[in-house]
Write a protein that binds this ligand. Structure first.
Ligand code: GTP
Ligand code: MG
Length: 232
């Protein structure tokens, strides 16, 4: 470790093979929660997918798991209304829980502020002890918006680690990705809980999906990642 800021293609990028193995295991919908009492037991590591409405959270869960209809997606913003939990891992040995969250910033006029994001999501983000990281999805065409910055500050204050994932990069023109990455990198610089590595993805083309799988596998309980030869 040099302590230098990490870039996308750095040496300590997580293990692609571990990610491939993990996401080749079964992924099952566990439950949808509409209140804190409805959350599944927090007994394994968890990763949450957060971001503005329509940014592609549910589509990304589907692309990662290779299942087109595991999480419900829609052209209409505001599709996901519950916190939806998915268990991923080998039979009888779940490695990680995925949480697909409702989006924020759905209504256009006055109610765009993050305070309007449901109390449930806020309570969940602040109080979930097993939450290892929030994947904060940003539409690559739009970059960081004011309400994304608000969520980042809120996660900074709650000391919840988060990582930016650009979505829909298939919609960008040549050269735009580098520009966008640079802008987002600048945007997260002052945010203490932001992970320095930014993952650029497309659920349409599969770009960045292997990298994101690896990133998620690095957060799973190590003893559940038995992808190497069972001989050791
Ligand atoms: P809410 O649940 O409403 O917050 O939305 P969401 O963030 O879960 O978005 P969802 O996955 O439902 O996708 C919204 C729309 O974006 C759908 O029409 C998807 O087909 C589209 N979409 C998602 N990912 C991609 C992508 O990588 N590329 C392209 N071109 N479209 C995408
Ligand atoms: Mg959704």
């Amino acid at each position: 470790m040099t302590g230098a800021p990490r870039e996308e293609h750095d040496d300590d990028a997580p293990d692609i093979e571990a990610g491939r193995w993990l996401f080749a295991q079964s992924c099952t919908f566990l439950r949808g929660a509409v209140d804190m009492a409805g959350l599944p037991p927090g007994d394994i590591p968890e990763v949450a997918f957060a971001g503005r409405s329509n940014v592609g959270k549910s589509s990304l869960v589907n692309a990662l798991t290779g299942r087109k209809t595991l999480a419900r997606t829609s052209n209409t913003p505001g599709r996901t209304k519950e916190l939806n939990f998915f268990l991923l891992g080998a039979e009888g040995r779940p490695a990680i829980m995925l949480a697909d969250l409702p989006g924020y910033g759905y209504a256009r006029e006055t109610r765009t502020r993050v305070e309007q994001w449901t109390d449930l999501v806020m309570s969940y983000l602040r109080g979930r002890a097993t939450l290892r990281r929030v994947l904060l999805l940003i539409d690559a065409r739009h970059g960081l918006k004011a309400n994304d910055a608000e969520v980042m500050s809120l996660l900074d204050e709650a000391a919840v680690s988060y990582q930016i994932v650009l979505t829909k990069i298939d919609k960008l023109k040549a050269g735009e990705l580098e520009e966008r990455l640079g802008a987002v990198r600048d945007g997260i610089r002052t945010h203490v809980a932001a992970h320095p590595r930014i993952i650029a993805t497309s659920s349409e083309t599969g770009a960045g999906i292997a990298e994101l799988r690896a990133e998620i596998a690095s957060l799973a309980a190590a003893d559940t990642l038995r992808y190497k030869s069972p001989a050791n």
